[in-house]
Design a protein around this ligand. Structure first.
Ligand SMILES: NC(=O)c1ccc[n+]([C@@H]2O[C@H](COP(=O)([O-])OP(=O)(O)OC[C@H]3O[C@@H](n4cnc5c(N)ncnc54)[C@H](OP(=O)(O)O)[C@@H]3O)[C@@H](O)[C@H]2O)c1
Length: 290
């Protein structure tokens, strides 16, 4: 029985990446920032918990002891993504681990987005310590817009007509489980993009059809975003996201789905399929609660 350590296991990506290997009989040790977050990781299948502070590195040596592989992801737009990658990869190397997966992003070398460039730097740091590390570069997740689609309003601060090849986070997690548990992916970098090019306007049309209720696409002013959702962020996180919106406005975020298709051995989930799967699973969990 293999054990894998998932960093950031209580977050959006970490929950999906924790759930996927458990369905293959692999034990997941969930690294969480604080003990109260353990319940979230246990709920998606984690077998054990390690409390880890990625900023100081506290808890990392204990967390990697006795595991067979590590999945590292950084908190979204964190200023110290590179330092975090360095600390996690060093701890894995000290423990003699060779199987290590780093969760990067599609087009990390895109100089218009500082948080992408930090991922490019983090990839280099990881490979300096662990040349056999596998790097996954996912496109934006379909799941970023599922809640908004269910609420009937896709509101974004960039062009409604920019092209995106968004990817199902569950497909990304399935690939994560494969590269964590099977040989043949050492030292390889994989782009993970979805199977169709859609704008936010297109996504609203598809969502209305799938969900059976009106879904509008709305472009919000940047000033409204800064005063609203952006107001609670640090200035650095706000600037990173403003740079991302400007980049999305100019050209969206588009990649090729062929690698994901090959790794999954099937077509990746479309936006419509993801919406159906997510809304079915929400319906089932609300029925269970009732
Ligand atoms: N969203 C997308 O479409 C997308 C696409 C491609 C790549 N990515 C990348 O995926 C990564 C994960 O994104 P996400 O949205 O899943 O992030 P998230 O939900 O914010 O999860 C990050 C996790 O890291 C934990 N964390 C934060 N600071 C920590 C610290 N100092 N020590 C230990 N743990 C700490 C958080 O703990 P708490 O639970 O306690 O807050 C959280 O569980 C990011 O690097 C992002 O750039 C995202």
């Amino acid at each position: 029985m293999a054990t894998v350590l998932v960093i950031g296991a209580a977050g959006k990506t970490g929950r999906a990446v924790t759930a996927a290997p458990t369905s293959r009989g692999v034990d997941v040790r969930a690294a969480v920032r604080s003990a109260p977050r353990a319940e979230i990781a246990y709920a998606v299948g984690a077998r054990s918990i390690s409390v880890v502070d990625l900023e100081s590195g506290a808890g990392l040596d204990e967390a990697v002891t006795g595991v067979d592989a590590v999945y590292h992801l950084a908190p979204n737009v964190h200023p110290d993504e590179v330092g975090m990658a360095d600390r996690v990869a060093r701890a894995a190397a000290r423990a003699g681990l060779s199987r290590f997966v780093f969760h990067s992003v599609l087009h990390p070398d895109d100089a218009s987005m500082p948080h992408h460039l930090r991922k490019a730097e983090a990839e280099k740091v990881v490979r300096a310590h662990l040349p056999g590390a596998t790097v996954l570069r996912p496109a934006a997740y379909h799941q970023n817009l599922v809640g908004a689609a269910l609420a009937g309003r896709l509101a974004v601060p960039y062009s409604l007509d920019s092209p995106f090849t968004n990817v199902d986070l569950a497909d990304v997690a399935e690939v994560a489980a494969t590269v964590l548990t099977r040989p043949g992916h050492e030292g390889v970098t994989y782009d993970l993009a979805g199977p169709e090019v859609l704008s936010v306007r297109d996504q609203a049309v598809v969502a209305a059809d799938v969900l059976g209720h009106p879904v509008e696409a709305v472009r919000v002013e940047l000033s409204g975003w800064v005063a609203g959702p952006g107001a609670s962020l640090t200035p650095q996180a706000r600037d990173d996201l403003l740079a991302m919106f400007a980049s999305y406005d100019r050209g969206g975020l588009v990649g090729d789905a062929s690698t994901l298709r090959r790794l999954l051995g099937r077509d990746p989930h479309s936006w419509a399929e993801t919406l159906r799967l997510e809304s079915d699973s929400m319906r089932q969990s609300s029925n269970t609660v009732l």
